[in-house]
Design a binder for this molecule. Structure first.
Ligand SMILES: Nc1ncnc2c1ncn2[C@@H]1O[C@H](COP(=O)(O)OP(=O)(O)OP(=O)(O)O)[C@@H](O)[C@H]1O
Ligand code: NI
Length: 261
């Protein structure tokens, strides 16, 4: 069952160049994707291809100079900015790409507790910190006192306790050691298995493929192909688009082959 649907989304930025001349740069063009309950959709593609902006468009947190067209719907209902605000962090949770999303003036334990909706906040926060190997002292720390890896684990914790039905994880794993990466990915898988929908944005195709059901390949603000994860195998012959094949073949374990045939 589809929980979240993006239909024909375009995002542009108005920018002033010399003097008062205004140009419009289209960064997402006529993009459609669907997040289905029980499924993980991985989003892969080069830096600057529009992955984070798609996440921000869904959450309604694009910068003010962005203009959008197209529809985003949740549970069959087209989202208005007001509805996006109501759902944000509650039904739709983001694990942001940047750790700057943490509130610098609030102790991290308290930040995580404010996201808990269904359980006892203190207990849920303690449980999730334990799961992500964050010691008890971390609760009382401010974001600036955390290492990059710890901050990322706090961000993952925040989304996990929210009880959201959709989790959008924007590069949730860089800077984490392999055990914690595996844990975070397993948790996203568990979350989907409980009937929620997950969008996993990642440069790390290999890790993403371990848990994803489908993979959307982004290129310059469009989706080239949405393929079942098991099509990323062998020479990539079961993939449709030459760019998807090239992405796959360029991985280290596939001998970094960049030729397209
Ligand atoms: N506030 C902004 N004003 C103008 N252009 C922007 C703005 N934010 C992003 N862009 C442009 O939109 C494009 C897509 O950016 P986006 O952050 O979605 O890329 P991405 O796929 O997430 O890249 P990465 O993998 O590096 O995180 C980029 O070309 C970027 O320069
Ligand atoms: Ni990004």
């Amino acid at each position: 069952m589809s929980i979240l649907k993006v239909d024909n989304l375009s995002v542009s930025f108005k920018q002033y160049t010399s003097g008062l001349r205004q140009t419009t740069q289209k960064v997402i063009s006529n993009l459609s994707i669907e997040l289905v309950s029980g499924e993980i959709l991985a989003i892969v593609g080069a830096s600057g291809s529009g992955k984070s902006l798609l996440a921000h468009a869904i959450l309604g947190i694009l910068p003010v100079n962005a203009t959008t067209s197209g529809d985003i719907s949740f549970d069959g209902e087209v989202l208005t900015p007001k509805r996006q605000e109501q759902l944000r962090g509650k039904e739709i949770a983001l694990v942001p790409q940047s750790v700057n999303y943490l509130d610098p003036l609030m102790r991290v334990g308290a930040q995580v507790r404010t996201s808990v909706r269904k359980e006892n906040p203190k207990e849920a926060q303690k449980k999730v910190f334990k799961r992500y190997h964050l010691n008890q002292e971390v609760e009382k720390m401010y974001p600036f006192q955390l290492s990059g890896g710890m901050a990322r684990r706090v961000l993952v914790s925040t989304a996990m306790v929210s009880g959201a039905r959709v989790i959008i994880a924007d590069e949730p794993t860089p800077g984490l050691d392999s055990v914690v990466i595996e844990e975070a990915l397993n948790n996203l898988r568990e979350f989907a298995d409980q009937g929620c929908a997950v969008m996993l944005i990642s440069h790390d195709i290999e890790s993403a493929l371990k848990i994803a059901d489908k993979v959307a390949v982004f290129y310059e603000g469009t989706v080239l192909e949405i393929a079942e994860a098991d099509k990323f195998e062998g020479n990539g012959d079961r993939l449709q688009h030459p760019y998807s094949k090239a992405l796959w073949r360029a991985l280290p374990q596939n001998d970094f082959r960049t030729n397209i045939d």
